[in-house]
Design a protein around this ligand. Structure first.
Ligand SMILES: C[S@@+](CC[C@H](N)C(=O)[O-])C[C@H]1O[C@@H](n2cnc3c(N)ncnc32)[C@H](O)[C@@H]1O
Length: 428
C-alpha cells in the first residue's frame, strides 16, 4: 500500500485539469456529467433522482471535481491515498466554492461505511490494490441495499503488450524516476518493433491519445512502471465478483462485449454460430473480446440485489412497457425516412468509434425512436416505438408485416450495440 501511496504522490494522475468548467463545456464531460441521459445504466428500475449520496473511492485529481460541478445536488464523499491529489482537489473545491464535496485521505481497505451510499464510483483503482477482492467487498459493503456501484478495471485484451513491457522494465530494474521515464520512452520509440502488441494499446486507446500519456511522465509511470497493476479478462471479472456480495448488472457500453460488431446477420443466423444465443453475458463478452481485442478496460455496474443481475441480457426482460432511450452521440447516415431510397443506413457512434450497418426495418425503427425522443427525455416506450415503426413501414409502402417479437429482437440488437439504454416500466 505504501508503494502505491508514494507512487501517486510523486506521479500525480491523471494530469490535473485546472479549468474543469471549460473541460466539461468543451468535451461534454464523462457519463457522470450527464446522469439524466445515462441514468438507466445505473438504476434501470428507478425514476431519475437528482439527490444521491455518493462515494468516489480513489478519486485521483479530477474525477471528484467534475462530478461535483456537474451534480450540484449530490452529496459526495471522496477518498484517496495520495496527498498530492487530495491537495489539488482541496484547492479546486475552494476555487469553485463547492459545498457538496468532502474529501479525505483514506485507504479503501480501511473504510467502514455500512450501506451509506446510493452510488459508489471507483474507476481505475481496485486493480492497483494488493487485494482487489477485499477492496471490492469493502466498496459493496458501503452501498445501500438498492444502490449501485460503477467500477472500472483494466482489461487484459488490449493491454497484453503493456504487460510484456512492464516485465521488461522489471527485469531491468527500471525505477520510477526521470531517468526511468526517459528509458521507457526510448525503449518504446526506438527498441520495440512497430508490430509489438503494445502498439495496439498505444494506438488504440482513446484515453492515451486524449491525454497524450505517452509523453506525459506520470502517465508513463502509471502505464509502464506501476508498482501494482492487475488486468482482468471478462471471465476473471466473473470470478472476482463471485461471492463478493454484489451482482453484475450491465456493461457501460455493450458494443465491446456483443458480437454484432464483427458478425453479420447471415453468419449469426447460421447453425455453427447458434451457440452464441446460449452463452452467459460473461461468456459472450469474452468471446467478443477474444475476437476484436479492443477493450483496455472493463466498465460496468454492480448491484446488491440479485434481481438486477445481467439485466436485459435475456430478451424476455424486455416488454411493451420498457422505456427506450437513445445514447448521445449517435448519428444516422442517409435520409432517415427517404421513400425513394428504401435501403438501410448506418449508425456511427463517436463514443465507440464504431459504424454499424442497418437494414431498412432497423433504419425505420431507429428513426421511430429518434423522432419521438424529444431532447428532454430522449426516450420512448417500446409499444409506441413499435407503432411508430409500423406507421413508417406503411408510409414507405413497404409490404412488411412486422410482429412484436421481431421488433423486440431489433431493440435487443440496438441494446447490444450500445446505442440505446433500456429502463423498466416506462420510467424516464
Ligand atoms: C489511476 S488513478 C484513478 C483516478 C480516478 N478514479 C480517475 O478515474 O480519474 C488511481 C487512484 O487511486 C488511488 N488509490 C489506489 N489505491 C487506493 C486505496 N487502497 N485507497 C484509496 N485510494 C487508492 C491512487 O492514489 C490514485 O489516485
Amino acid at each position: 500500500m505504501k508503494e502505491i501511496e508514494k507512487q501517486y504522490e510523486k506521479w500525480v494522475y491523471p494530469k490535473p485539469i485546472e479549468d474543469m468548467e471549460e473541460f466539461i463545456t468543451k468535451t461534454g464531460g464523462t457519463i457522470l456529467s450527464n446522469m439524466q441521459f445515462y441514468w438507466g445504466l445505473f438504476f434501470p428500475e428507478k425514476r431519475f433522482n437528482k439527490k444521491l449520496d455518493v462515494l468516489i473511492a480513489g478519486c485521483g485529481t479530477n474525477q471528484a471535481i467534475e462530478i461535483s460541478l456537474s451534480n450540484p445536488e449530490w452529496n459526495i464523499q471522496a477518498i484517496d491515498l495520495s496527498d498530492t491529489s487530495i491537495d489539488f482537489v482541496k484547492k479546486q473545491i475552494k476555487k469553485y466554492n463547492l459545498k457538496n464535496l468532502f474529501i479525505e485521505k483514506k485507504d479503501i481497505l480501511k473504510i467502514n461505511y455500512n450501506a451509506k451510499f446510493d452510488l459508489v464510483i471507483s474507476t481505475g483503482v481496485i486493480h492497483h490494490t494488493q487485494n482487489p477482492k477485499k477492496t471490492l467487498e469493502k466498496l459493496i459493503h458501503s452501498v445501500k441495499k438498492d444502490g449501485a456501484l460503477y467500477i472500472m478495471v483494466y482489461a487484459t485484451y488490449l493491454r497484453q503488450g503493456i504487460y510484456y513491457l512492464q516485465n521488461i522494465f522489471k527485469y531491468l530494474n527500471i525505477e520510477q524516476n526521470e531517468e526511468g521515464v526517459e528509458f521507457v520512452k526510448d525503449y518504446i520509440d526506438n527498441v520495440i518493433p512497430k508490430t509489438h502488441y503494445a502498439y495496439r494499446y498505444i494506438d488504440g486507446s482513446a484515453q492515451l491519445k486524449r491525454e497524450s500519456d505517452l509523453y506525459y511522465d506520470s502517465g508513463i509511470v502509471d502505464t509502464y512502471l506501476n508498482k501494482v497493476d492487475n488486468a482482468y479478462s471478462v471471465r476473471d471479472l466473473e470470478e472476482l465478483l463471485s461471492n463478493s456480495g454484489g451482482f453484475f448488472q450491465n456493461w457501460i457500453n455493450n458494443v465491446y462485449f456483443y458480437p454484432y460488431t464483427f458478425l453479420d446477420e447471415k453468419r449469426l443466423n447460421s447453425p455453427l454460430y447458434k451457440n452464441i444465443d446460449h452463452l452467459s453475458q460473461f461468456e459472450v463478452g469474452d468471446l467478443t473480446q477474444n475476437t476484436i481485442i479492443n477493450a483496455g478496460k472493463l466498465d460496468f455496474i454492480i448491484r446488491k440485489q440479485k434481481k438486477f443481475e445481467n439485466i436485459w441480457h435475456n430478451i424476455d426482460d424486455i416488454n411493451d412497457e420498457t422505456f427506450i432511450r437513445k445514447r448521445i452521440s449517435v448519428n444516422l447516415t442517409n435520409d432517415p425516412i427517404s421513400k425513394k431510397n428504401n435501403v438501410g443506413g448506418s449508425v456511427y457512434s463517436s463514443e465507440s468509434k464504431y459504424r454499424n450497418n442497418f437494414n431498412i426495418i432497423e433504419r425505420l425503427t431507429w428513426h421511430a425512436i429518434m423522432s419521438e425522443s424529444d431532447e428532454e427525455s430522449r426516450g420512448i416506450i417500446l409499444s409506441e416505438a413499435f407503432e411508430g415503426t409500423k406507421g413508417l413501414l406503411k408510409d414507405n409502402h413497404l409490404n412488411y408485416n412486422l410482429n412484436q417479437n421481431d421488433f423486440k429482437i431489433i431493440i435487443h440488437k440496438f441494446w447490444k450495440l450500445g446505442i440505446i439504454i433500456l429502463q423498466k416500466n416506462g420510467s424516464p
